[in-house]
Design a protein around this ligand. Structure first.
Ligand SMILES: [Zn+2]
Length: 209
């Protein structure tokens, strides 16, 4: 087995794929309506870490869970999400967003990794170094596609789903720009899943397992 760490410069040339805009909006929608009340799906740092791994934002749960005091990390995650959520909502309603939300998002963006050149035997490669920890890094990378969508003249494409029981934030990437529902499949499936849960609850006494 080769030990690549033993020789040469520290490995800073691992690649972070850009977070797709759709994933970033999925992140915002972890704060969502259920039965007329908003609920936070990121109920613990464990849940948040799993979400970030499942959506390809970070490589390993331990990057998020392991190295940090749990409360501080979860606070940072939900605070940045709330700020992005508030701004997207304000924009969808054509209203000015709260200054505090803008400040928070700009703070999160500041933790974005720095590009740097990494020397290689045959020349150089593009690498990067991290400004903050893995949590800051994940939040900066999630914030980036959202602020690009907001700040580059496409903010009229940021919508709130017309389904009253859904109201997910989404970005309308359709050619005509007339989309009113977040996603027919997801929107419908979530309603279906909810009805299924309610049926199970109603049938609980006779339901095996
Ligand atoms: Zn919807």
């Amino acid at each position: 087995m080769q030990d690549t760490q033993a020789h040469g410069p520290p490995k800073t040339d691992h690649v972070h794929d850009a977070v797709p805009l759709e994933t970033a909006f999925d992140f915002l929608n972890t704060y969502e309506l259920e039965d007329d009340a908003y609920v936070d799906r990121l109920t613990s740092l464990d849940v948040a870490a799993s979400w970030l791994v499942d959506h390809g934002v970070v490589g390993h749960r331990r990057w998020i869970v392991g190295a940090h005091d749990g409360r501080g990390a979860l606070d940072r995650i939900t605070t940045t999400r709330s700020a992005l959520w508030e701004i997207a909502h304000a924009v969808a309603h054509e209203e000015p967003p709260p200054k505090a939300a803008i400040d928070e998002v700009n703070r999160a963006l500041g933790a974005r990794e720095r590009l740097e050149l990494v020397p290689a035997d045959d020349g150089v490669r593009l690498g990067h170094s991290h400004v903050g920890d893995a949590v800051d890094d994940a939040l900066a990378r999630i914030a980036e596609p959202v602020v690009r969508a907001l700040g580059t003249g496409h903010d009229d494409r940021i919508r709130i789903c017309a389904n009253d029981t859904c109201q997910w934030l989404f970005y309308d990437e359709s050619r005509t720009g007339q989309r009113r529902w977040c996603n027919m499949a997801t929107c419908g499936n979530r309603a279906k899943a909810r009805r299924h849960r309610e049926r199970l609850k109603a049938a609980e006494p006779v339901q095996p397992d």
